[in-house]
Design a protein around this ligand. Structure first.
Ligand SMILES: Nc1ncnc2c1ncn2[C@@H]1O[C@H](COP(=O)(O)OP(=O)(O)OP(=O)(O)O)[C@@H](O)[C@H]1O
Ligand SMILES: [Mg+2]
Length: 254
């Protein structure tokens, strides 16, 4: 039987992390997988640092891990600021003014609860989950773990030296004691829910989610790319890559 097609399916490219994140952070179920997030300003920064051991600052519109900063409270008087390969210790009183010097004045920034990412051979990683909607249902068609280049890396972007690894290998090899089948199930379940939620707000056909797994095995949303770059993933899991290519073909037809 021939497939009946309705109106062509739409896809939106959304660049603002706050715009994409808002429907998720206000969703009664998904909000528990969304790190505490606010616009960066002195009051929100102080509040985040009171509530979380690590805090990330990142551009609302950014790519490839550029401009991402991690903060850690060392004690009442000092904080650690890490970006790229650099770490400095900053007196707490000067923290906000030091940070604003490091930020691009033309950009808006978010301040976000830092997720204590699970490690593989001591290196933190996150998971890229690509979902596609070739017709009416979302399918997870590609998955890969991005393993940071070293123990103290701030970001896990391939553009910043992270290596792609088969996701099953990464989850099986997590250094911490976590319930591995449950982590994998949650990863897929939460990713599907995120795709459905965002699609209901923006109309989408493809999403590349950056998903974090913390050291206790909890799954977290980090970022949704509406124009994911899937270069280099064909060798990570050939079977999944075929699924991705097949869905892409359908999407071109639609
Ligand atoms: N809240 C967080 N907790 C822990 N790690 C984080 C957090 N936010 C970002 N990171 C790390 O920084 C990396 C880059 O962050 P993010 O994906 O949000 O921005 P980006 O990669 O610059 O943007 P895009 O994904 O649109 O290219 C993540 O892959 C992750 O390794
Ligand atoms: Mg990213």
């Amino acid at each position: 039987m021939k497939e009946r097609r309705g109106a062509p399916l739409k896809h939106n490219v959304i660049r603002s992390k706050m715009k994409k994140g808002y429907p998720l952070m206000t969703d009664p179920i998904l909000s528990s997988h969304f790190p505490d997030t606010d616009w960066f300003q002195e009051s929100s920064l102080r509040k985040m640092l009171r509530n979380h051991t690590a805090v990330y600052i990142k551009p609302d519109v950014g790519r490839k891990g550029n401009g991402v900063i991690r903060l850690k409270r060392l004690n009442r008087y000092e904080h650690e600021i890490s970006h790229g390969e650099t770490t400095i210790i900053c007196p707490s009183k000067k923290l906000y003014s030091e940070l604003t010097k490091m930020l691009n004045p033309k950009k808006n920034y978010l301040v976000q609860q830092g997720i204590d990412l699970a490690t593989y051979r001591k290196r933190p990683f996150d998971v890229r989950v690509v979902l596609q909607k070739p017709l009416n249902t979302w399918r997870a068609t590609l998955m890969s773990a991005k393993i940071a280049p070293n123990e103290s890396s701030v970001v896990t972007n391939v553009a910043k030296g992270a290596k792609d690894l088969n996701v099953y290998k990464a989850i099986n090899g997590i250094d911490q004691s976590v319930n591995r089948p449950e982590v994998l199930r949650d990863l897929l379940d939460v990713s599907h829910q995120i795709a459905q939620k965002l699609d209901s707000v923006f109309p989408l056909r493809i999403l590349g989610l950056d998903m974090g797994i913390d050291k206790k095995g909890k799954v977290w949303f980090i970022e949704a790319n509406t124009k994911p770059d899937n270069v280099g993933l064909e060798n990570i899991d050939r079977k999944l890559y075929r699924k991705y290519r097949a869905a892409k073909k359908w999407m071109r037809k639609g």
